[in-house]
Design a binder for this molecule. Sequence first.
Ligand code: G
Ligand code: G
Ligand code: NA
Ligand code: MN
Length: 245
Amino acid sequence: EDFARDLQIALAQRQVVAAYQPQVYVADGTVVGVEALARWKHPKRGDIAPDVFVDVAQKTGLLPLLTARILSDVTAEYIPGCTIEVAVNVSATQLEDPSLYDLFDGAFASGRCDPNSLIVEVTESHSIDHPERVAAPLEALAAAGVTISVDDFGTGHSSFARVESLHARELKLDRSLVQADDRAREVAQIITEAHKRGMRVVGEGVENRAQFDRLAGAGCDRAQGFWIAKPQPAKSLLSWYRTRR
Ligand code: G
Ligand code: G
Ligand code: NA
Ligand code: MN
Protein backbone atom coordinates (compact mmCIF):
# COMPACT_ATOMS: atom_id res chain seq x y z
CA GLU A 1 0.00 0.00 0.00
CA ASP A 2 1.18 3.53 0.81
CA PHE A 3 4.14 2.56 2.95
CA ALA A 4 5.36 0.18 0.25
CA ARG A 5 5.05 2.87 -2.41
CA ASP A 6 6.89 5.33 -0.14
CA LEU A 7 9.67 2.80 0.26
CA GLN A 8 9.98 2.29 -3.47
CA ILE A 9 10.31 6.06 -3.96
CA ALA A 10 12.69 6.32 -0.99
CA LEU A 11 14.98 3.71 -2.53
CA ALA A 12 14.99 5.50 -5.88
CA GLN A 13 15.62 8.89 -4.22
CA ARG A 14 18.35 7.59 -1.95
CA GLN A 15 16.48 8.34 1.27
CA VAL A 16 17.63 4.91 2.32
CA VAL A 17 21.35 5.00 3.11
CA ALA A 18 23.99 2.84 4.70
CA ALA A 19 25.21 3.46 8.24
CA TYR A 20 28.40 1.71 9.29
CA GLN A 21 29.19 0.03 12.58
CA PRO A 22 32.81 -0.96 13.25
CA GLN A 23 34.00 -4.41 14.20
CA VAL A 24 37.25 -4.89 16.12
CA TYR A 25 39.61 -7.77 16.75
CA VAL A 26 38.97 -8.91 20.33
CA ALA A 27 42.67 -9.67 20.87
CA ASP A 28 43.97 -6.12 20.41
CA GLY A 29 40.96 -3.88 19.77
CA THR A 30 42.08 -2.80 16.30
CA VAL A 31 39.41 -2.16 13.69
CA VAL A 32 38.94 -4.99 11.21
CA GLY A 33 35.85 -3.89 9.36
CA VAL A 34 32.36 -2.42 9.36
CA GLU A 35 28.81 -3.69 8.99
CA ALA A 36 26.64 -1.68 6.59
CA LEU A 37 23.15 -1.20 8.05
CA ALA A 38 20.26 0.31 6.12
CA ARG A 39 18.67 3.50 7.48
CA TRP A 40 15.60 5.18 6.04
CA LYS A 41 15.79 8.97 6.48
CA HIS A 42 12.09 9.64 6.00
CA PRO A 43 11.36 13.32 5.27
CA LYS A 44 8.25 13.35 7.49
CA ARG A 45 8.57 10.42 9.87
CA GLY A 46 12.26 10.78 10.68
CA ASP A 47 14.54 7.76 10.80
CA ILE A 48 12.81 4.44 10.24
CA ALA A 49 14.55 1.32 11.50
CA PRO A 50 15.21 -1.60 9.17
CA ASP A 51 13.19 -3.92 11.42
CA VAL A 52 10.17 -2.05 10.10
CA PHE A 53 10.95 -1.60 6.42
CA VAL A 54 12.93 -4.77 5.65
CA ASP A 55 9.70 -6.69 6.31
CA VAL A 56 7.79 -4.41 3.93
CA ALA A 57 10.55 -4.70 1.35
CA GLN A 58 10.35 -8.45 1.58
CA LYS A 59 6.57 -8.61 1.17
CA THR A 60 6.59 -6.22 -1.78
CA GLY A 61 9.55 -7.66 -3.66
CA LEU A 62 11.79 -4.65 -2.97
CA LEU A 63 14.66 -6.51 -1.30
CA PRO A 64 16.81 -6.61 -4.46
CA LEU A 65 16.44 -2.81 -4.75
CA LEU A 66 17.42 -2.43 -1.09
CA THR A 67 20.52 -4.56 -1.57
CA ALA A 68 21.41 -2.60 -4.71
CA ARG A 69 20.96 0.68 -2.77
CA ILE A 70 23.29 -0.43 0.05
CA LEU A 71 25.88 -1.80 -2.39
CA SER A 72 25.75 1.51 -4.24
CA ASP A 73 26.66 3.38 -1.02
CA VAL A 74 29.37 0.84 -0.17
CA THR A 75 31.04 1.23 -3.56
CA ALA A 76 30.62 5.05 -3.55
CA GLU A 77 32.37 5.23 -0.16
CA TYR A 78 35.14 2.86 -1.12
CA ILE A 79 38.61 4.24 -0.41
CA PRO A 80 41.27 2.97 -2.82
CA GLY A 81 43.87 0.89 -1.02
CA CYS A 82 41.77 0.61 2.11
CA THR A 83 41.58 -3.05 3.12
CA ILE A 84 38.85 -2.69 5.73
CA GLU A 85 36.27 -5.46 5.53
CA VAL A 86 32.64 -4.58 4.80
CA ALA A 87 29.67 -6.71 5.82
CA VAL A 88 26.29 -6.35 4.12
CA ASN A 89 23.04 -8.01 5.12
CA VAL A 90 20.80 -10.16 2.99
CA SER A 91 17.61 -11.81 4.14
CA ALA A 92 17.42 -15.57 3.85
CA THR A 93 14.55 -15.38 1.38
CA GLN A 94 16.76 -13.43 -1.05
CA LEU A 95 18.99 -16.46 -1.37
CA GLU A 96 16.35 -18.19 -3.43
CA ASP A 97 16.72 -15.52 -6.08
CA PRO A 98 19.46 -16.57 -8.50
CA SER A 99 19.97 -12.93 -9.57
CA LEU A 100 21.34 -12.10 -6.10
CA TYR A 101 24.77 -12.99 -7.40
CA ASP A 102 24.43 -10.54 -10.30
CA LEU A 103 23.96 -7.63 -7.87
CA PHE A 104 27.23 -8.42 -6.16
CA ASP A 105 28.99 -9.18 -9.41
CA GLY A 106 28.05 -5.69 -10.59
CA ALA A 107 29.70 -4.22 -7.49
CA PHE A 108 32.84 -6.30 -8.06
CA ALA A 109 32.94 -5.18 -11.69
CA SER A 110 32.95 -1.52 -10.55
CA GLY A 111 36.41 -2.15 -9.05
CA ARG A 112 35.21 -0.49 -5.86
CA CYS A 113 34.23 -3.60 -3.96
CA ASP A 114 36.80 -6.32 -3.34
CA PRO A 115 35.12 -9.71 -2.89
CA ASN A 116 37.97 -10.77 -0.60
CA SER A 117 37.08 -7.92 1.78
CA LEU A 118 33.33 -8.50 1.57
CA ILE A 119 31.19 -10.38 4.07
CA VAL A 120 27.60 -11.32 3.29
CA GLU A 121 25.56 -11.76 6.46
CA VAL A 122 22.62 -14.08 6.04
CA THR A 123 19.81 -13.15 8.38
CA GLU A 124 17.23 -15.83 8.93
CA SER A 125 14.12 -13.80 9.49
CA HIS A 126 12.28 -16.69 7.94
CA SER A 127 13.52 -20.22 7.67
CA ILE A 128 14.92 -21.44 4.41
CA ASP A 129 12.40 -23.76 2.84
CA HIS A 130 14.39 -24.89 -0.17
CA PRO A 131 18.05 -25.44 0.70
CA GLU A 132 18.76 -26.59 -2.85
CA ARG A 133 17.72 -23.20 -4.24
CA VAL A 134 19.88 -21.15 -1.88
CA ALA A 135 23.07 -23.11 -2.46
CA ALA A 136 23.92 -21.73 -5.92
CA PRO A 137 24.21 -17.98 -5.24
CA LEU A 138 26.04 -18.61 -1.96
CA GLU A 139 28.47 -20.97 -3.62
CA ALA A 140 29.11 -18.43 -6.36
CA LEU A 141 29.76 -15.70 -3.79
CA ALA A 142 32.05 -17.96 -1.76
CA ALA A 143 33.90 -18.97 -4.94
CA ALA A 144 34.44 -15.26 -5.74
CA GLY A 145 36.16 -14.87 -2.35
CA VAL A 146 33.25 -13.51 -0.30
CA THR A 147 32.92 -14.64 3.32
CA ILE A 148 29.45 -15.93 4.15
CA SER A 149 28.38 -15.16 7.71
CA VAL A 150 25.38 -16.49 9.63
CA ASP A 151 23.75 -13.68 11.59
CA ASP A 152 21.96 -14.00 14.93
CA PHE A 153 23.51 -17.37 15.75
CA GLY A 154 22.15 -18.90 18.94
CA THR A 155 18.52 -18.02 18.30
CA GLY A 156 15.81 -19.89 16.47
CA HIS A 157 16.90 -22.41 13.90
CA SER A 158 20.64 -21.89 14.01
CA SER A 159 22.75 -25.02 14.10
CA PHE A 160 26.17 -25.99 12.83
CA ALA A 161 24.59 -28.25 10.21
CA ARG A 162 22.74 -25.24 8.86
CA VAL A 163 25.82 -23.06 8.93
CA GLU A 164 27.71 -25.61 6.84
CA SER A 165 24.90 -25.94 4.32
CA LEU A 166 25.19 -22.16 3.79
CA HIS A 167 28.96 -22.33 3.06
CA ALA A 168 29.53 -20.00 6.01
CA ARG A 169 33.00 -19.21 7.31
CA GLU A 170 31.81 -16.86 10.05
CA LEU A 171 29.05 -16.83 12.60
CA LYS A 172 27.70 -13.90 14.55
CA LEU A 173 26.64 -14.59 18.10
CA ASP A 174 23.28 -13.01 18.72
CA ARG A 175 23.32 -10.20 21.25
CA SER A 176 20.98 -12.15 23.54
CA LEU A 177 23.88 -14.57 24.09
CA VAL A 178 26.55 -11.89 24.30
CA GLN A 179 24.62 -9.86 26.85
CA ALA A 180 23.47 -12.69 29.16
CA ASP A 181 25.59 -12.88 32.31
CA ASP A 182 24.72 -16.55 32.79
CA ARG A 183 25.42 -17.94 29.30
CA ALA A 184 29.21 -17.64 29.21
CA ARG A 185 29.66 -21.45 29.11
CA GLU A 186 27.29 -21.78 26.16
CA VAL A 187 29.12 -18.99 24.34
CA ALA A 188 32.50 -20.64 24.98
CA GLN A 189 31.17 -23.97 23.66
CA ILE A 190 29.86 -22.39 20.47
CA ILE A 191 33.18 -20.63 19.86
CA THR A 192 35.17 -23.83 20.44
CA GLU A 193 32.90 -25.75 18.07
CA ALA A 194 33.11 -23.02 15.41
CA HIS A 195 36.91 -22.94 15.60
CA LYS A 196 37.04 -26.74 15.26
CA ARG A 197 35.15 -26.33 12.01
CA GLY A 198 37.47 -23.59 10.78
CA MET A 199 35.00 -20.77 11.32
CA ARG A 200 35.54 -17.46 13.06
CA VAL A 201 33.12 -15.86 15.50
CA VAL A 202 31.86 -12.29 15.89
CA GLY A 203 30.12 -11.23 19.11
CA GLU A 204 27.50 -8.57 18.45
CA GLY A 205 25.63 -6.23 20.77
CA VAL A 206 28.59 -5.60 23.09
CA GLU A 207 27.37 -2.82 25.37
CA ASN A 208 29.95 -2.84 28.19
CA ARG A 209 33.44 -3.93 29.16
CA ALA A 210 32.23 -6.98 31.09
CA GLN A 211 30.59 -8.35 27.93
CA PHE A 212 33.70 -7.65 25.90
CA ASP A 213 35.93 -9.32 28.49
CA ARG A 214 33.68 -12.39 28.55
CA LEU A 215 34.05 -12.71 24.76
CA ALA A 216 37.83 -12.32 25.08
CA GLY A 217 37.91 -15.05 27.73
CA ALA A 218 35.92 -17.36 25.48
CA GLY A 219 38.32 -16.86 22.55
CA CYS A 220 35.91 -14.85 20.39
CA ASP A 221 37.62 -13.41 17.29
CA ARG A 222 35.78 -10.17 16.67
CA ALA A 223 33.36 -7.87 18.48
CA GLN A 224 30.76 -5.27 17.54
CA GLY A 225 28.45 -3.15 19.65
CA PHE A 226 27.53 0.22 21.11
CA TRP A 227 30.39 -0.05 23.65
CA ILE A 228 32.82 0.07 20.72
CA ALA A 229 30.86 2.40 18.43
CA LYS A 230 27.33 2.97 17.16
CA PRO A 231 26.32 2.66 13.52
CA GLN A 232 27.09 6.01 11.85
CA PRO A 233 27.61 7.70 8.48
CA ALA A 234 30.93 6.99 6.75
CA LYS A 235 32.16 10.52 7.39
CA SER A 236 31.80 10.45 11.17
CA LEU A 237 33.17 6.93 11.22
CA LEU A 238 36.39 8.20 9.67
CA SER A 239 36.84 10.81 12.42
CA TRP A 240 36.08 8.18 15.08
CA TYR A 241 38.72 5.97 13.50
CA ARG A 242 41.35 8.72 13.54
CA THR A 243 40.82 9.61 17.22
CA ARG A 244 40.96 5.94 18.16
CA ARG A 245 44.46 5.29 16.87
O1 G B 1 20.47 -1.59 12.26
P1 G B 1 19.45 -2.37 13.02
O2 G B 1 19.92 -3.08 14.25
O3 G B 1 18.21 -1.58 13.33
O4 G B 1 19.00 -3.54 12.00
C1 G B 1 17.91 -4.34 12.29
C2 G B 1 17.87 -5.50 11.34
O5 G B 1 17.74 -5.10 9.98
C3 G B 1 19.12 -6.36 11.41
O6 G B 1 18.68 -7.68 11.67
C4 G B 1 19.73 -6.29 10.08
O7 G B 1 20.24 -7.56 9.71
C5 G B 1 18.59 -5.86 9.18
N1 G B 1 19.14 -5.08 8.08
C6 G B 1 19.85 -3.93 8.17
N2 G B 1 20.22 -3.49 6.96
C7 G B 1 19.76 -4.42 6.07
C8 G B 1 19.84 -4.54 4.64
O8 G B 1 20.45 -3.74 3.93
N3 G B 1 19.22 -5.61 4.07
C9 G B 1 18.57 -6.55 4.82
N4 G B 1 18.00 -7.57 4.18
N5 G B 1 18.48 -6.47 6.16
C10 G B 1 19.08 -5.42 6.78
O1 G C 1 22.32 -8.76 13.61
P1 G C 1 21.64 -7.58 13.03
O2 G C 1 22.19 -7.25 11.69
O3 G C 1 20.19 -7.75 13.14
O4 G C 1 22.05 -6.49 14.07
C1 G C 1 22.42 -5.22 13.78
C2 G C 1 21.57 -4.29 14.62
O5 G C 1 21.97 -4.28 15.99
C3 G C 1 21.69 -2.88 14.12
O6 G C 1 20.41 -2.39 13.92
C4 G C 1 22.36 -2.12 15.22
O7 G C 1 21.84 -0.82 15.33
C5 G C 1 22.05 -2.96 16.45
N1 G C 1 23.11 -2.88 17.42
C6 G C 1 24.41 -2.72 17.17
N2 G C 1 25.13 -2.71 18.33
C7 G C 1 24.23 -2.86 19.32
C8 G C 1 24.36 -2.92 20.73
O8 G C 1 25.42 -2.85 21.33
N3 G C 1 23.19 -3.09 21.43
C9 G C 1 21.98 -3.20 20.81
N4 G C 1 20.91 -3.36 21.59
N5 G C 1 21.84 -3.14 19.48
C10 G C 1 22.95 -2.98 18.75
NA1 NA D 1 23.65 -8.27 10.44
MN1 MN E 1 22.51 -10.10 14.32
